[in-house]
Design a protein around this ligand. Structure first.
Ligand code: FDA
Length: 532
């Protein structure tokens, strides 16, 4: 009898606790929404979604480009705002400060750790989703473009091609990546050997700062303008627009995707590639990708190397470059296709070139799955034996897709000083490595994470050290987090910060201290101010 009384009292208190928590969550939504309305009563209600709204889940999920972070960070946003006017963003900042809530800005939602739509440290947050901030204006006369912070790369490439056959932009391959996050971290793509990164061509920007001010390059000053071009998203304010210079490309360029299995000497070819990757004609970028496949001979899992390549010129010129510098690949005319730059965007994004370029306007990634990525930088070629030992580790994982991508350096990418932008990985690198694992269900997460972490750990002797460099756009929380996402200490942040930014980390901290001393814009890997 006594036991059942105790159980009843315990259950009663648990129920009370749950009711209180649910109530306080609802109150937060309502208080935040009321604050927004008081700031901007006219139109903001139409673009503010609380969990009470039937569209809340679909809006939240529509730009969650990786299922893994959401599966491990169950806390949902207090509210999602999809602003279409600057004043909506200003209101969001004002009310978040007032209520002690964090803001997660989302542009394309491709953050590797989902920091634009989750809070691993479980701090209440609102999402400012910039999907309605996606207009782009092209000025062919000055070869420049203004791009709103929520536009995707696909939308940008589409708009450029609509206006010109000989202008382009050098940025990432996946069309659904957003310019808000991508340009904030660097932006590597198939023309990076010729032109460098996306950040190397940003000439102006508009940001809303912690005080709600709208600043352009002149009013923000050169320090902040430097910091936002590679210092990582979510740290300095909300970028509402970028101005970039567009880049000249020939009307006809050439692409090839040559695939070789281990039986077809993939290892020897990749070994040789390391000696030409960063030295070959900068009009040519050859980006090998190693993936696991079923062998056509015995059905067992093997690896194949796909040499994804873009050449800014015609096929005959490409063949003469290849015969001179990389004859071992035995490239022939039939392997190559001449096309326009915009068709090459479709090609590398995996679409048929006959597909309408309008597919680039879709903001939804095909086949969303669980994903983990990591990065490294390689400064010395890896021996054939070394590569074979690495393949052994890759082959330990047989289910799901695993990949290693080798992104070559050299050309313009290596000419730019490591201090010109916060992105410091310049001269001295032969290539950047990307490790990826993709899987279909949360039950596989532990196994896949163990696999990728073991491979990364094994790679230590082949890659950069002191610091072991990493690319901030391939965000990796295994490198360290800021005191669980609460006010970070400089020391904790410098562990991951020097890997992403090397000596530029210190300057980024100085700038953060100047522009956002209270550390309002923060996440698990944002630059901290000195005081925190
Ligand atoms: P998301 O919206 O998730 O934002 C990323 C970070 O930036 C978050 O911290 C967010 O809060 C912040 N942020 C977003 N908008 C902001 C704004 N307007 N102002 C301030 N902060 C903002 N990289 C590469 O260099 N080359 C490539 O080819 C590819 N390809 C690629 C393919 C796929 C499928 C994925 C998932 C990722 C890539 N990437 C890549 C990596 C990509 O560059 C990186 O994930 C970007 O940060 C994504 O930017 P989004 O705006 O899409 O992400």
């Amino acid at each position: 009898m006594e036991t059942s009384n105790t159980s009843f009292i315990l259950a009663y208190f648990i129920l009370l606790l749950v009711i209180q928590q649910v109530q306080s969550a609802w109150i937060n939504h309502d208080v935040y929404l009321k604050c927004l309305q008081s700031q901007n009563s006219n139109s903001i209600s139409k673009v503010a979604y609380t969990p009470k709204n039937s569209s809340f889940s679909s809006i939240l999920l529509s730009a969650e480009q990786n299922l893994r972070p959401a599966s491990t960070s169950p806390l949902k946003p207090t509210l999602i705002l999809t602003p279409f006017h600057e004043s909506h963003i200003q209101a969001a900042i004002y009310c978040a400060k007032k209520q002690g809530i964090q803001i997660r800005v989302r542009s394309g939602g491709h953050d590797y750790e989902g920091l634009s739509y989750t809070s691993p440290s479980k701090h209440p947050f609102v999402i400012v989703d910039l999907r309605n901030f996606s207009s782009i204006s092209i000025d062919t006369e000055s070869s420049t473009a203004w791009i709103q912070g929520g536009a995707t790369l696909g939308e940008l490439y589409h708009k450029i091609a609509e206006n010109s056959k000989t202008l382009a932009f050098a940025a990432g391959v996946c069309p659904t990546v957003g310019v808000g996050g991508h340009f904030s971290g660097g932006g590597y793509g198939m023309m990076s050997r010729k032109f460098g990164l996306a950040v190397d061509h940003i000439i102006d920007a508009k940001i809303i700062d912690v005080n709600g001010r709208i600043l352009d390059r002149q009013s923000m000053g050169e320090d902040l303008f430097w910091a936002i071009r590679g210092g990582g998203g979510g740290t300095f304010g909300i970028i509402i627009a970028w101005k970039v210079e567009l880049l000249p490309v020939p009307e006809i360029i050439t692409v090839f995707n040559l695939t070789k299995t281990l039986d077809q000497n993939a290892t020897q070819l990749l070994h040789k590639w390391q000696y030409i990757a960063d030295k070959i004609d900068p009009n040519l970028l050859i980006r090998p990708r190693i993936t696991n496949v079923n062998s056509s001979q015995n059905g067992k899992i093997t690896l194949q190397a796909t040499f994804n390549s873009l050449f800014l010129g015609g096929v005959d010129e490409l063949l003469s470059v290849m015969n001179r510098s990389f004859p071992e690949l035995s490239l022939v005319k039939e392997d190559c296709t001449e096309m326009s730059w915009i068709e090459s965007i479709l090609f590398f994004a995996g679409f048929a070139t006959s597909e309408s370029v309008d597919v680039l306007l879709s903001r939804t990634l095909l086949g969303i799955a669980y994903f983990k990525g990591k990065s490294d930088f390689v400064k010395q070629p890896i021996s054939e034996n070394g590569l074979e030992a690495i393949w052994k580790r890759m082959l330990e994982e047989v289910d799901g897709l695993v990949e290693m991508e080798f992104s070559p350096y050299g050309g313009r990418l290596s000419e730019i000083s490591e201090y010109a932008t916060p992105f410091p990985h310049r001269a001295g690198n032969i290539y950047m490595l990307h490790y990826g694992a993709v899987w279909g269900s949360s039950s596989e997460s532990e196994e896949k994470l163990t696999w990728i972490r073991r491979l990364y750990s094994y790679m230590a002797s082949y890659v950069s050290s002191s610091p072991r460099e990493a690319y901030v756009n391939y965000r990796d929380l295994d490198l360290g987090v800021n005191n669980d996402g609460n006010h970070p200490s400089y020391k904790a942040a410098s562990i991951w910060g020097t890997k992403y930014f090397k000596n530029n980390f210190e300057r980024l901290v100085h700038i953060k201290t100047e522009v956002d001393p209270s550390d309002f814009f923060r996440n698990e890997q944002s630059i901290p101010p000195f005081s925190s």
